[in-house]
Design a protein around this ligand. Structure first.
Ligand code: FE2
Ligand code: FE2
Length: 240
C-alpha cells in the first residue's frame, strides 16, 4: 500500500479519531492523504477539521463497505468566489501577524521586521480591495451607519490608525521590539473582531449582491482580487 494511503479499518473505534488525526495532521498544500475507514466519515472528518483549524478539505467515496476519504489542505481548494478568497486571505494575514508576534515575544525583532513589512503590505492590499473595488461594486456608501458595510469602512479607519503606529515604530532605528509587540498585539485583537464581523455579517450580504451579477463579472472580480491580494496588480492597491 502506498505511503499516503492509510488503512484504518482495523482500528478500535476508541482509537480511530486519534489514528486518523495523526495521519492528516501534517497535510500540506499540494499533497493528499487517503484514509480507508470502516464507517461513514462525515462526523469524524468534521471533528478532525475543527481540531486542525479548518485547514482540511476532503472527498469521500464508498466502495464495498469501506469509506475512502481523500484529504487535502484547504489551500488547494479553488475559492468559490471573491468573498471566499477574502476569507482565506484573512487567515493568511492572521498567520503572518501570529508569526511576527511569536518572534517579537521571543525577542527576535530582527526576524520579525521583514515579516511585519510583508504583513503590512498584505493588509493594505486587502483593505484597499474591500474599500475600493468591493464597496464600490457591491454597495457600502449608501449603507446606514449601523449596517455592516458602514461598520466595515469605520473599522478600516481604526485598523489604518493602528497600522500607522506599527509603521512609525518600524521606521525608527533601532526598532524597539517590545513597543512593536504591544502595537501588534492591539492590532491583532482589532483585526480578529473585524474579520469575524465581515465574514459573518457583511460577506453574506455581499454574496447576495454578487449572485445578482453576471457570471463573467463574478469571475473577473475573483481574478482581480487574486492579483491584487498577492501584489501582482500594484495599480489597484490603495495605500491606507
Ligand atoms: Fe476588512
Ligand atoms: Fe477583510
Amino acid at each position: 500500500m502506498p505511503a499516503d494511503i492509510h488503512d484504518l479499518r482495523g482500528e478500535r473505534s476508541a482509537d480511530l479519531t486519534g489514528a486518523a488525526l495523526e495521519r492528516v495532521r501534517n497535510v500540506r498544500p499540494g499533497a493528499a492523504v487517503t484514509l480507508l475507514l470502516p464507517a461513514n466519515a462525515a462526523l469524524l472528518m468534521a471533528s478532525l477539521n475543527l481540531q486542525l483549524r479548518e485547514n482540511l478539505i476532503w472527498d469521500v467515496v464508498e466502495a464495498d463497505g469501506a469509506w475512502r476519504v481523500t484529504v487535502r489542505h484547504r489551500g488547494d481548494a479553488a475559492p468559490a468566489d471573491v468573498l471566499a478568497l477574502l476569507a482565506a486571505d484573512h487567515k493568511r494575514i492572521d498567520g503572518l501577524l501570529a508569526r511576527v508576534l511569536s518572534l517579537l515575544n521571543r525577542g527576535d525583532a530582527a526576524a520579525a521586521v521583514p515579516l511585519l513589512r510583508e504583513f503590512a503590505g498584505a493588509l493594505k492590499r486587502h483593505v484597499g480591495f474591500e474599500d475600493g473595488e468591493l464597496a464600490m461594486r457591491l454597495g457600502a456608501s449608501r449603507a446606514a451607519a449601523d449596517e455592516p458595510p458602514a461598520v466595515m469602512l469605520r473599522e478600516h479607519g481604526e485598523i489604518a490608525q493602528q497600522l500607522a503606529l506599527v509603521e512609525e515604530v518600524l521606521a525608527t532605528e533601532p526598532v524597539d521590539g517590545s513597543e512593536l509587540a504591544v502595537y501588534c498585539a492591539i492590532l491583532s485583537g482589532t483585526l480578529a473582531k473585524h474579520e469575524y464581523r465581515e465574514e459573518n455579517n457583511l460577506f453574506p450580504l455581499w454574496r447576495v449582491a454578487l449572485m445578482r451579477r453576471a457570471a463573467d463579472e463574478r469571475a473577473e472580480l475573483l481574478e482581480k482580487a487574486a492579483a491584487v491580494l498577492h501584489g501582482r496588480d500594484a495599480s489597484a492597491a490603495t495605500a491606507l
